[in-house]
Design a binder for this molecule. Structure first.
Ligand SMILES: [Fe+2]
Ligand SMILES: [Fe+2]
Length: 201
């Protein structure tokens, strides 16, 4: 059955409100924090990756948003992943460490959601036709659904995303140097993308 709406703005807002509800559950010491943390992690990663795949490039291509705002959003996703990784690595969900990591993640995500709604989503509301918002919404929903199937918030996956984000700042020669240090075979003929994938794996 088709979704009631595929307007990308509404779909993104629905996820943002779901993040807030899950954060409230995580603050509750009587909830199943490990299960809620896993659900939030999957949703945060799938949502951000689907935005980067299906929404942000379209906003830029249709001149609805600036390159600067899109790059800023992507940087904040990366900061969110870094904070998420810290929370995922806490073993005892009743510890102070868990609550400190939860607070840091909440701050990172709240900041990003606030800015995204004020900038990119208002750009979409004011500069895109309803038909385009629906088309982009359909692509966003499909990308998000595909990712959710793969349990994207698993700690190993979030660590890999973080490694790749850090490595992504290096040039090819530096990546090859790192590959040599790890004695990775075939490094001399690898492209930058292949080096990134091998080193992050
Ligand atoms: Fe978002
Ligand atoms: Fe976002």
């Amino acid at each position: 059955m088709a979704a009631a709406t595929t307007d990308v703005v509404n779909l993104i807002l629905d996820d943002h409100r779901r993040f807030e509800a899950l954060f409230a559950e995580l603050r509750d010491t009587t909830s199943d924090r490990a299960a809620v943390r896993a659900e939030l992690a999957d949703l945060l990663v799938a949502h951000a990756e689907a935005e980067e795949e299906a929404v942000y490039p379209q906003l830029e291509a249709k001149n609805a948003s600036t390159k600067h705002d899109v790059a800023h959003g992507e940087r904040e996703h990366s900061q969110g992943n870094a904070a998420l990784l810290v929370l995922l690595e806490v073993e005892d969900s009743s510890s102070d460490e868990f609550e400190d990591a939860l607070e840091a993640l909440f701050e990172a995500i709240t900041h990003h959601v606030n800015e995204e709604e004020l900038t990119l989503l208002n750009d979409a509301r004011t500069s895109l036709r309803a038909r385009d918002r629906a088309t982009i919404g359909g692509a966003f929903a499909a990308a998000r659904k595909r990712r959710l199937k793969g349990h994207p918030g698993a700690v190993e996956h979030v660590r890999e995303i973080q490694n790749r984000a850090g490595l992504g700042k290096l040039d090819t020669a530096s990546l090859r140097f790192l590959a040599a240090a790890r004695d990775i075979e075939g490094r001399s003929t690898m492209t930058k993308q292949q080096l990134l994938q091998t080193l992050a794996g």
